[in-house]
Design a protein around this ligand. Structure first.
Ligand SMILES: CC(=O)SCCNC(=O)CCNC(=O)[C@H](O)C(C)(C)COP(=O)(O)OP(=O)(O)OC[C@H]1O[C@@H](n2cnc3c(N)ncnc32)[C@H](O)[C@@H]1OP(=O)(O)O
Length: 541
């Protein structure tokens, strides 16, 4: 079977767009003339290896597919008698899957081509007896090249693990973030389901546990992660009692639940599992069996990413891509296409804008335009003086922005009083700059505006791009760059929307947290994808 996984996945991936359910039935014979029935298969060590290889191969070959290995027909013989189920048929009635199948595929090899009709008929019926699907479900025989592999397999020695039973447990626990459910998560979940006969508890990291995570703003909301887990587990082993609980410290229920027998860990989290057992002993509870699974390698990882398949690598790959489609901007002219670039103080907007400028965009610097509106003699100048008093003036009668900054940052009301005066003036200057760029035949403008979202300027732009860095990093950059204290920097940052809130409104997210080269790559990626979008938009227009 291991040899067959890659070609089967390859040929299946040519037909499947979204979800590929994998139902295992060793020795299924579709060509004997009699209708085969689903049978129970025992949870052996070889099955657990197979599942790991399947997800690992899938990550390399067809990473875009949502693979789910179904385990309804996998049952421990001893569990059969313990009252969980007494039927000898794994499917007393067809199981309903969260994505109803459109086609059933098999790697059953034809002995001769005339068998084809009978085999596909048999397969259709077989699928219908296991899962709820259309009575006219198309059935397809995969890849004839598998025959060659079968020949090769005949010459292979049986692996040592063949037939070795897997120790199973009534109650199993795992913990994790489970952000953007990927192959490594699914391996962990599938193997945990193989090991668990009755109850499966999953601790899912909640806010307190996410603080230190890379690009935590891009982590899916807790409710979505839980919903994805539930759907996956309901598909792969509906008989299990699944309990999903928030994890707000590294231990959660694992150190207090007396019924638990086993915790599933990876090489990386083994130490965490040992710490759980230490706590359990302290709490007078029996220790858990640590079942360690292999970490899947990420064949596509870059130099700056981890070798294992990881959610943080997946998150960093999202940077520069379109996360949410732009909203309707039919009130704006198509050219120039306007990007509103925003992000907290110190998050690197200027360096990103400079790179976009080098790629051909026109830069509209709102901080600079903002300073223009304070010029003596302007309407805004007089209104600001009326509002804040003459003691914000320098000797030369110019407004001292530093002094004004100290008055407004950290005081919501005063800041609002200021921005109510200056934002409309700055907005006029921005609009003027955009139309001037259009007249000059420029295609893309970048409006670099620190508080674009707070000002509600999204109607002025086609897309919102947000740049984020962790708060500690922002504070260190601001104090170094602007010579202000850490408290002043924090006050300024807290006058702006949080990264998370900004990301919620972003079409594209960028981060300048790493080396300049990494940012450069991100910006180039974002720019190239943007060009494609603009082209598509112009074509459909
Ligand atoms: C909608 C927009 O984004 S327009 C551009 C931002 N400008 C405004 O909102 C106008 C109100 N602000 C101001 O006039 C000035 O910032 C002042 C007078 C308060 C301070 O002036 P200066 O000391 O010269 O500081 P400067 O204008 O360079 O801004 C310093 C930081 O404050 C932040 N900042 C500016 N305005 C605001 C604001 N309204 N709310 C929160 N933070 C702000 C900026 O992010 C900037 O940091 P960054 O360059 O790392 O992004």
């Amino acid at each position: 079977v291991p040899l067959r996984i890659a070609p089967v996945l390859c040929s299946a991936a040519q037909l499947v767009e979204r979800t590929l359910y994998v139902h295992l039935h060793p020795g299924l014979n579709l060509g004997s003339g009699s209708q085969p029935r689903p049978v129970f298969i025992p949870p052996g060590v070889d099955l657990s290896t197979l599942i790991t290889r399947l997800y690992s191969n899938a990550a390399d070959i067809c990473g875009h597919l949502d693979i789910r290995v179904l385990l309804t027909n996998v049952r421990n013989q001893s569990a059969a008698g313990n009252g969980t189920t007494t039927s000898n048929c794994p499917f007393p009635s067809p199981q309903s899957l969260s994505h109803s199948p459109d086609v059933v595929l098999t790697d059953f090899p034809l002995q001769d081509p005339t068998q084809s009709h009978q085999v596909t008929q048999c397969l259709q019926k077989y699928a219908g007896s296991c899962y709820v699907c259309s009575p006219t479900l198309p059935s397809v025989l995969l890849h004839p090249q598998i025959m060659k592999l079968l020949e090769k397999e005949k010459g292979l020695q049986h692996p040592k693990e063949k037939g070795v039973p897997l120790e199973t447990y009534s109650d199993v626990v795992v913990g994790g973030t489970f952000d953007r459910l990927h192959g490594a998560h699914k391996t962990l979940l599938n193997i945990s389901c193989l090991l668990a006969n009755r109850r499966f508890i999953i601790g899912v990291c909640d806010q307190a546990m996410l603080k230190k995570k890379v690009l935590k703003e891009l982590i899916e909301p807790y409710s979505l992660r839980v919903q994805r887990l539930r759907e996956f587990l309901q598909d792969i082993k509906p008989s299990l009692q699944v309990e999903i609980v928030p994890l707000n410290d590294p231990f959660g229920v694992s150190v207090v639940d007396p019924e638990l027998q086993c915790i599933v860990v990876s090489e990386e989290t083994r130490k965490g599992g040992e710490a759980v057992n230490k706590k359990r002993i302290e709490n007078g509870l029996p220790v858990l069996v640590l079942h360690e699974i292999q970490l899947l390698k990420d064949a596509h990882h870059t130099d700056t990413e981890e070798e294992k398949i990881s959610s943080s690598s997946l998150r960093s790959r999202l940077l520069g891509t379109l996360l949410t489609p732009p909203k309707d901007t039919s009130h704006l002219p198509l050219v120039p296409y306007v990007i509103g670039l925003t992000g907290g103080s110190g998050s690197g907007k200027s360096s990103i804008t400079r790179q976009l400028e080098a790629l051909g965009a026109v830069r509209i610097d709102c901080d600079k335009l903002g300073h223009e509106v304070y010029q003596p003699g302007t309407a805004a100048y007089h209104r600001v003086l009326e509002e804040f008093g003459l003691d914000i003036l320098n000797e030369d009668k110019r407004i001292n922005r530093r002094t004004l900054g100290k008055r407004v940052f950290g005081d919501k009301e005063r800041l609002k009083a200021l921005t109510d005066i200056v934002w409309p003036e700055i907005a006029l200057l921005v609009k003027k700059a955009i139309s001037q760029a259009g007249e000059e035949g420029k295609h893309v403008c970048v409006v670099d505006a620190a508080v674009l979202l707070e000002a509600g300027w999204t109607d002025m732009v086609h897309e919102v791009w947000v740049t984020i860095i962790p708060e500690e990093e922002a504070v260190s950059r601001i104090t170094e760059r602007d010579g202000v204290t850490a408290d002043d920097a924090l006050r300024r940052l807290h006058s702006q929307w949080s990264n998370t809130k900004q990301v919620e409104h972003a079409n594209v997210v960028l981060s300048t947290l790493w080396e300049p080269e990494v940012t450069k790559k991100q910006v180039l990626k974002a720019w190239n994808l943007l060009q494609k979008r603009i082209q598509q938009k112009q074509e459909t227009h």
